[in-house]
Write a protein that binds this ligand. Sequence first.
Ligand code: AMP
Ligand code: MG
Length: 398
Amino acid sequence: MKTAPIPLEEAERLLFSRVPKPAVETIPIQVAAGRILATSARADADQPPFNRAMMDGYAVRSVDGDEPMFEPVDDIPAGKKSTRTVGSGQCARIMTGAPLPEGADAIQQIEKTEQVAGRVRLLDSVKAGHNVAPKGSEARRGDVVLAAPRVLRPQDLAVLASVGVVRVPVFRAPTCAVISTGDELVDPSKNPGPGRIRNTNGISVPAQVRRLGIACDSLPSAPDRMKELRARIRQGLKRDVLILSGGVSAGDRDLVVPALEAEGVKTTLHQVLIRPGRPIFFGSRGRHVVFGLPGNPVSAFVTFEALVRPFLGRMMGYDGLGARRLRARLAAPLAKKMERTVFWPATLSSSAEGPVVATLPWKSSADLATLARADALAIQPRGTTMDADSWVEVVLLD
Ligand code: AMP
Ligand code: MG
């Protein structure tokens, strides 16, 4: 099946409408960092659960003002609930984190008190509520304390722990396999003979996948022969996502799409108007999805960042994860209209007016050295020119 090249925006719409709904699994909180919370967490009790002292000092009744002398009736460390009621003219020594005793409604910090013959004098009067975090002031029982979806950071795990969520509902990460194709490929550890090249996509593409926290099998590369290619594809289709590189154009030796179709994969799109990397395949078989990336190493890298990464982010239940985009001002104009949307390797810097992006001189779409110097890709939409200082969308690489 041949499909006509389509604009990037249309490819994104098509792709993102086909993202399989992520499954939810429950994992121990100790291993949840970096995973994506699937269900919002709610407070299991008021937070704080009691009127909590925010300072070391003396709990008093604010109506007593600052005179004359307070009689200490208790000493309350954190973790202990006082059984005494603080009456008029009385106070209780209290430590940060302890529950305020009955009768008292404020705390004067220790530095603003002095002891005189076993009694306590306040150097300043206090208003009701002074140095006290009232019960329920941080959250009421049932309030959302952490909204899903979000990537869980250590501080988020602390919030979960504070409400007793120690088995955490997270989206299951998809599993992935990568296959490089091409008769010319040799393992990077080998010296390529005449006409052969080292397989670099077999290293970079799995690394791009793993950076998202997704486990990835790097399968041995496949030659441009139908039988071997189909066998390797069958192996790769055991995973949720199969990514191939090379062999997706329309040349005689480009067997990836016919091999996929022979294995029952249905084509969604085959060519996208982006540069580098026009030939890019997406299809599916049941709940398994397949990407075919161009073999050219820069094209494979860029098409992954442009389309595969946001797709995988959505598969993991979180739009923002895959995107990593921002807007920046162009350091120099992009004066030539392009027939395809171009992803220019670029460097980012900052200025008073916001981030600035400078495109790098680019020798060819096989120019890995320039790609390695880039920390961003600047997007020039097809059919447009852009002035210096205009705002462009940028894909962050780091
Ligand atoms: P293809 O998309 O198969 O026509 O390949 C386009 C170009 O990328 C050719 O020059 C290939 O030799 C090169 N190429 C394909 N696959 C790889 C790979 N895995 N690693 C490095 N270069 C590759
Ligand atoms: Mg090839």
